[in-house]
Design a protein around this ligand. Structure first.
Ligand code: BGC
Length: 720
């Protein structure tokens, strides 16, 4: 008999339910505390996993209680939200997505896994894979932006990075793909609100990233808090048991979100805890995070014959199998056995600096005001985010304390040691308080350049951080206006660095800033990374992973819309458009400038006629006509103009990057499996429809800037 079957045969019901229960160790960050001090519960076998405990010593001590003092000696599973770094923070996930480099996505996850496991952890609640087309939703910050193809690539890279080659390795951490699924389109962008989308959108947009995570071998998945057309995901049998387990063959562990099983009562589909627990278990949930519904509800559900012992056993088996594959039975102390060396920490900081710089999106750069001239001697650094190191971490900053993060001011002082750098916050981050504006604006006098650091507070995005107005909070707009006026009067350029967990709607910054950088929340090395861009040590290369709205009223604005029967026409009123705004976003998906200038030409696809098993080779020439070495990002789209189901105006099918010196030209290639040109047909199964498909490539999702050619899809098998 295997270890797992042996254990299972000896377990009491309470011990089984303990294995299915995850509680917060001593404190909780995202919901009500139910566990208090967990030591006794661990000793009695009433808790099998914990969240929100960090530190190898503390973890090993509780692990010792579980292994040495509980009756069956089953090790604990320790999980934590390591989303974008553990102690050292990388940019927030939305920002990191802007790098458009799966290698980078994987490397940061690998580093985060090393650091988190050195702290004793074995499970992270990441990656977050919720496609978001609604920046009102604060959790857009945690995810991959608007596009399912990007989200799927990110999913694979993150799972590989977190889990490494072998889950049992001391530096591997189990990943958790969350939040399954379609959490992003919450009604009106309000967190936790109901979701009601079409089956088609579910299959085309929201499922692919999770399917990719399953293919990559993700160890665990977390159902979303939300309901989908009336069925809460925590109890969604067709999508959990049906799609994940039966169709995709997912054999890992399903972990409920925080208190989500008990919340089935508030959703109005369970009368009491026993019913809630029965529904979640039946749907396929294995671990109850923080609602205590399994422990308190399942015994009663068994009595009522609403739950089956076989389902409990199957869930326990999956949990024990996960613990086994993490190597916890073999050596429960292998994670956190050795502190990391200073060299490893230095290397991680270097990576954080590199990725932060590569994630920033240069939205505009009039007259090449950036990079700054090396001899610059007087700089005014302003705004409430100029010297706010702790804010640079952004939401979900895991175990990163307040200290050890580089502010913009510090980064600039190090980068321009000879310059006179003056600083004033001017206004607080969120509050209305204008007393400091005049004095701050006065710093413009005599400055050669002004660096204006404005944006959201870190806590204004992330969970439970939806906003209806996406402008600068508090008195920041007043500060910006005062600075722009003063600077204009004196002919001084203003470089605005915008910090946010979402695209902010800031037309005044777009209009008056000589250069505008979307810095997201860059993480621990924020200031150094910004200095790297401003000095030209690095050329910016980030591209916005979502369409940047011009007006909140355009939301959702995204490039993958379907055609209208009445496409917008300037001379025809009865076409699809607004009376008071262009349809187009402020900046399209993929927009982002560099210090080079790139031209694309000669797009060729071969072969020109393909069957589903063919591979397409797409080639184009990229030329840097600018004066500096820079990295270009090229996006590949498809457009199927005639199909049995209307296809989106553009569908992303690939992206690649190329670094070129001034004047350099290179022929680059992207490979595409022709099968990727299938789509979900009328019955939502993938279909291959012969006909002509347009292949487009270029800098962003603005059709007018794309090169285009055609490929002919032939019938699946050759006709005799
Ligand atoms: C969030 C999850 C997170 C969990 C544990 C919940 O409130 O929705 O994303 O993993 O808390 O902290």
């Amino acid at each position: 008999m295997s270890r797992i079957e042996r254990l299972l045969s000896r377990m009491t019901l309470a011990e089984k339910l303990g294995q299915l229960t995850m509680t917060a160790a001593h404190h909780a960050t995202t919901g009500p505390v139910i566990a208090g001090d967990s030591t006794e519960a661990i000793r009695s076998g009433a808790i099998g996993s914990l969240l929100n405990l960090v530190g190898a010593d503390a973890i090993h001590e509780l692990q010792r209680v579980a292994v040495e003092e509980s009756r069956l000696g089953i090790p604990l599973l320790l999980g934590f939200d390591v989303l974008h770094g553990h102690r050292i923070q990388f940019p927030i996930p939305l920002g990191e997505t802007a790098v458009f480099d799966p290698g980078v996505w994987e490397r940061t996850a690998r580093e985060a896994a090393r650091e988190a496991t050195a702290d004793g952890l074995a499970l992270t609640f990441a990656p977050m894979l919720d496609v978001s087309r609604d920046p009102r939703w604060g959790r857009s910050a945690e995810g991959p932006g608007e596009d399912p193809f990007v989200a799927a690539r990110l999913a694979q890279a993150k799972v590989r990075g977190f889990q490494g080659a072998r889950l049992a390795a001391a530096d591997a951490i189990a990943a958790c793909a969350k939040h399954y699924c379609a959490y992003g389109p919450v009604t009106a962008g309000r967190d936790y609100a109901s979701v009601d989308i079409s089956e088609r959108t579910l299959h085309e947009v929201h499922l692919p990233p999770f399917e990719a995570a399953v293919r990559a071998g993700v160890a665990t998945i977390m159902p979303a808090f939300t309901d989908l057309a009336g069925m809460p995901m925590t109890a969604h049998r067709p999508l959990l048991r049906g799609h994940l387990r039966e169709r995709l063959g997912f054999e890992g562990v399903l972990i409920s979100d925080y208190n989500a099983i008990a919340e089935l009562m508030r959703h109005g589909i369970a009368a009491d805890l026993a019913e809630a627990a029965a529904l979640a278990l039946e749907a396929g949930v294995d671990i109850d995070m923080m609602s205590d519904a399994f422990r308190r509800g399942l015994p009663e559900a068994l009595r009522r014959r609403r739950a089956r012992m076989a389902d409990i056993d199957a869930a326990v088996r999956r949990v024990l199998r996960l613990k086994e594959s993490l190597g916890l039975f073999a050596d429960p102390y292998r994670r956190g056995a050795r502190p990391e060396s200073a060299a490893v920490v230095r290397r991680r900081r270097r990576l954080a600096r590199e990725v932060a710089a590569r994630a920033m999106v240069l939205l505009q750069n009039e007259a090449d005001v950036l990079p700054l001239a090396p001899g610059i001697s007087r700089i005014a650094v302003m705004g409430p985010l100029a010297d706010a190191p702790a804010e640079m971490r952004g939401p979900w900053s895991a175990a990163a304390g307040n200290e050890g993060h580089v502010s913009v001011l510090q980064g600039l002082r190090e980068a321009f040691p000879g310059a006179r750098i003056e600083h004033a916050a001017g206004v607080p981050l969120r509050e209305v308080e204008e007393a400091g504006i005049e004095a701050a604006a006065a710093l413009c006098d005599g400055a050669e350049v002004i660096i204006l650091c404005v944006g959201e507070a870190a806590g204004m995005s992330g969970e439970a951080a939806s906003r209806t107005q996406l402008g600068l909070p508090g008195s920041q707009p007043r500060l910006a206006r005062a600075v722009f006026e003063r600077a204009r009067a004196r002919g001084i350029p203003v470089i605005t660095v915008l910090f946010s967990g979402r695209p902010l709607i800031v037309p005044e910054l777009v209009e008056h800033s000589a250069a505008l950088i979307a810095a997201w929340f860059p993480g621990s090395e924020a200031g150094s990374a910004i200095a790297d861009l401003l000095t030209g040590r690095r050329s910016p290369e980030g591209r916005t992973p979502l369409s940047w709205p011009r007006q909140a009223g355009q939301i959702p604005v995204f490039f993958g819309q379907r055609p209208s029967g009445r496409p917008a026409h300037p001379d025809d009123g009865f076409t699809s458009k607004y009376l008071d705004s262009p349809n187009e976003p402020q900046f399209p998906f993929g927009h982002g400038l560099t210090y080079g200038r790139f031209e694309h030409a000669d797009l060729v696809v071969s072969p020109a006629r393909v069957r589903p098993a063919s591979r397409l080779r797409i080639r184009l020439t990229v030329r840097n006509t600018g004066r500096r070495t820079a990295t270009d990002t090229v996006f590949l789209f498809a457009r199927d103009p005639l199909a049995s189901v209307a296809r989106p105006l553009l569908e992303l099918k690939g992206f690649t990057k190329v670094r070129l010196r001034p004047g350099e030209r290179r022929r680059i290639g992207i490979t595409l499996a022709a099968a990727e040109l299938r789509f979900h047909g009328a019955s939502l199964e993938p279909v291959w429809e012969p006909g002509e498909v347009e292949i487009l490539a270029g800098p962003c999702a603005d059709r007018r800037r794309l090169l285009s050619t055609k490929v002919q899809l032939l019938p699946s098998a050759s006709r005799k």
